[in-house]
Design a protein around this ligand. Structure first.
Ligand SMILES: [Zn+2]
Ligand SMILES: [Zn+2]
Ligand SMILES: [Zn+2]
Length: 139
């Protein structure tokens, strides 16, 4: 019997090894983006290098995208629109100063159909503020 995750990985041209399935299932369950250290902590005793390699493979295959935050790189699952040729995560990444979580705001995007004579390969939209949960608690 094939699991959903195996099908997903195969669709993205990625061989579903047990490590990849573990990391995928974990990432799919996350609401916020996580750094390598955070992922490593939560997937203990999985080995850091193996997790890192898995994340790199996932990024190349359009399964996860990375978010650069000062010196930290965080990772988040992509939508189905991404593949091994192009990432389409042209949405805002929002960092909350209170809970320190970074989330994808898919409703704030750069229009993909901009008429231009140049080619965009990557878009980085990054904002800092207070997230909806923390705002609510502050009221
Ligand atoms: Zn992507
Ligand atoms: Zn917050
Ligand atoms: Zn994102």
């Amino acid at each position: 019997m094939r699991k959903d995750t195996e099908v997903k990985l195969t669709e993205k041209n990625t061989r579903p090894t047990s490590m990849r399935i573990l990391v995928y299932d974990f990432m799919a369950a996350q609401k916020a983006a996580l750094s390598l250290s955070e992922i490593e902590e939560r997937l203990f005793p999985a080995d850091r290098i193996t997790i890192y390699r898995t994340l790199k493979t996932f990024e190349e295959k359009g399964i996860i995208h990375s978010i650069q935050e000062n010196t930290t790189t965080k990772y988040k699952l992509c939508s189905d629109a991404c593949d091994e040729h192009t990432h389409r995560d042209w949405h805002l990444h929002f960092y909350c100063k209170i809970c320190r979580q970074t989330t994808c705001k898919e409703n704030i995007v750069v229009q993909e159909n901009i008429k231009a004579d140049f080619r965009i390969d990557e878009v980085r939209l990054f904002a800092k503020g207070i997230c909806e949960n923390c705002l609510e608690e502050a009221l």
